[in-house]
Write a protein that binds this ligand. Structure first.
Ligand SMILES: [Zn+2]
Length: 118
């Protein structure tokens, strides 16, 4: 169980993910701060391979959208794509909406991964 759990999704968000062969840790601090933006929803650190999703004031669907955004940032970094922030935002929204609106898609991917689709 996680230390702080202000919202239910914190309990089920994965503690790590693999992005193009890189293992990123995932944490859910209550707040995120940076020098240039005091209202961050998520943050990806590509040197420490860490993704942070702010737990406070984010509903599950917002947290999932934020998580998708940080994953796209991580893919961008790992593959050195140098995408703009706007393109990252659009790709993240596209990824998240495709997952949401496509029942069975994740199950299909998991079945392929597990060798059950051969
Ligand atoms: Zn961003």
């Amino acid at each position: 169980m996680r230390k702080h759990c202000p919202v239910p999704w914190v309990e089920i968000i994965p503690e790590q993910i693999h992005v193009v062969g890189h293992r990123y840790s995932v944490s859910t601090p209550i707040e995120l701060k940076s020098g240039r933006n005091d209202d961050l929803f998520g943050q990806a650190d590509h040197e420490d391979l860490a993704i942070k999703i702010r737990a406070a004031r984010q509903h599950a669907d917002e947290a999932a959208d934020t998580f998708s955004h940080e994953i796209i940032h991580s893919i961008d970094s790992c593959l050195r794509l140098h995408l703009s922030e706007e393109k990252i935002g659009r790709l993240a929204s596209g990824l998240w909406s495709t997952m949401l609106e496509s029942p069975g898609l994740l199950e299909f991917f998991i079945a392929v991964r597990d060798g059950r689709a051969i």
